[in-house]
Design a protein around this ligand. Structure first.
Ligand SMILES: Nc1ncnc2c1ncn2[C@@H]1O[C@H](COP(=O)(O)OP(=O)(O)OP(=O)(O)O)[C@@H](O)[C@H]1O
Length: 388
């Protein structure tokens, strides 16, 4: 039994009802894998009175499996999603932070619960998803695992690369993961769909933003979970109150405040500790939005911990980072103490927010990510000598 399993190529594929996972299934089948399609239900439709389109997505996922002639399974992770993703999200907003639900979902649900289910219930050798990313071991080409750590690598299509969202997945799961689209562009994926029986999905609207928010504004969605908590907008230069708001969870750093009758638009530059008040500054280019320095919690490293950051020695590790998926990578140095990382960006960056993830890269490798805990003094504070 053990020997048989070693040479089998059974894979559980996350099927979302979109074109990427559908084409992933097609490619896996063409390579001779035994594929099982699994749809994950993560959000409770009933509570949201039809705002989330997961029923339609499940129907589409089923349709894909029929077209590919593979078994279809639906798993319910609503409770897990609520406990390990959504509650954390709400708590972070209440604390004045800017969380990232996609990173949490990948860690706990797709590469956590789903990986466990594939291994322990479906008895699969691998999991697969339609993420644009690569693994240093490619199970599409080789069948047996290696005895060294597996690295997470950027996708060939740099504009679609999704490694940012995968920065917190475990080595365990990654070493059994296939990303069939890692070396394809989105255009190639759509072409494959059009030329196959999956044509219908090529033009399906892509999911953007947070799935469970649906078509409503984020403000109206979040107000169902966090009560209003009024506070003031305080001009960082004059110290004067220039407006009021209904809750800092509705704002992130760098967001426009929409105050009437001001010379230039105001932007949020800092959420104050121990109150609902926020510092704001005039103009998108205000120095208070920019800094070169921030601190993070200790990082999750996907494969090896960088040599310079291994305890107890603390050297200086040079790499690149981004804190938003669409941002270009920037050079930085990283040092560590017992409880945090200290990051210095070579170029100044705008609108860093606590709660966001700093994701670190070395060449093509996504090394891992860490939650930003303190954004440090802005360049305005440093230049105007306002540090107490
Ligand atoms: N509800 C779900 N059930 C099963 N797998 C999912 C689900 N949502 C996402 N996935 C998996 O995670 C991958 C990435 O999801 P994401 O939402 O970022 O991608 P996408 O580009 O919209 O993908 P797709 O075109 O397949 O919907 C999907 O390709 C799929 O393999």
């Amino acid at each position: 039994m053990h020997l048989l399993r070693k040479f089998s190529r059974k894979v559980a594929l996350g099927i979302s009802g979109g074109v990427d996972s559908a084409v992933s299934g097609l490619l896996l089948k063409q390579k001779g894998f035994e594929v099982i399609g699994v749809f994950m239900r993560n959000w409770d439709q009933l509570e949201e009175q039809g705002y989330c389109k997961s029923n339609q997505d499940e129907e589409d996922a089923k349709w894909v499996c029929t077209k590919l002639d593979i078994p279809f399974k639906s798993v319910n992770y609503i409770k897990d999603y609520w406990n390990s993703v959504f509650s954390e999200l709400i708590q972070q907003y209440i604390n004045g932070c800017t969380p990232n639900p996609d990173i949490l979902c990948n860690k706990h649900i797709k590469f956590g619960k789903f990986y466990d289910y594939a291994q322990n219930v479906l008895d699969c050798d691998y999991i697969a998803t339609g993420h644009y990313a690569n693994c240093s071991i490619d199970f599409m080409k080789q069948s047996s695992p290696e005895n060294r750590a597996v690295h997470l690598l950027k996708a060939k299509d740099q504009r679609k690369d999704q490694t940012f969202f995968l920065c917190n997945i475990s080595q365990n799961a990654l070493s059994r993961t296939i990303f069939p689209l890692g070396n394809l562009t989105k255009r190639q994926v759509k072409k494959i769909a059009v030329e196959s029986s999956l044509k219908r999905l090529a033009d399906k609207k892509e999911s953007v933003g947070i799935c469970f928010v649906g078509t409503r504004s984020f403000k109206s969605f979040i107000s169902e979970y966090i009560p209003p908590s009024p506070g003031c907008f305080i001009d960082i230069e004059s110290g004067k109150v220039v407006g009021k708001h209904n809750g800092r969870h509705n704002f992130t750093i760098g967001q426009r405040c929409n105050l009437q009758g001001t010379e230039k638009p105001y932007y949020v530059v800092q959420k104050l500790k121990d109150s609902q008040d926020m510092h704001v500054a005039m103009g998108r280019d205000h120095r208070a939005l920019f800094s070169n320095y921030f601190e993070t919690e200790l990082a999750h490293w996907i494969s090896d911990v960088p040599r310079q950051l291994v305890e107890p020695v603390s050297g200086v590790f040079e790499c690149e980072f981004r804190f938003q998926h669409t941002h270009p990578l920037r050079k930085c140095t990283v040092m560590r103490t017992n409880s945090k990382l200290i990051v210095n960006s070579l170029d100044e960056v705008s609108s860093l927010a606590p709660g966001q993830y700093a994701v670190f890269y070395l060449g093509d490798r996504c090394l891992g990510g860490a939650v930003i805990s303190d954004t440090g003094p802005s360049n305005y504070i440093l230049q105007s000598n306002k540090i107490e």
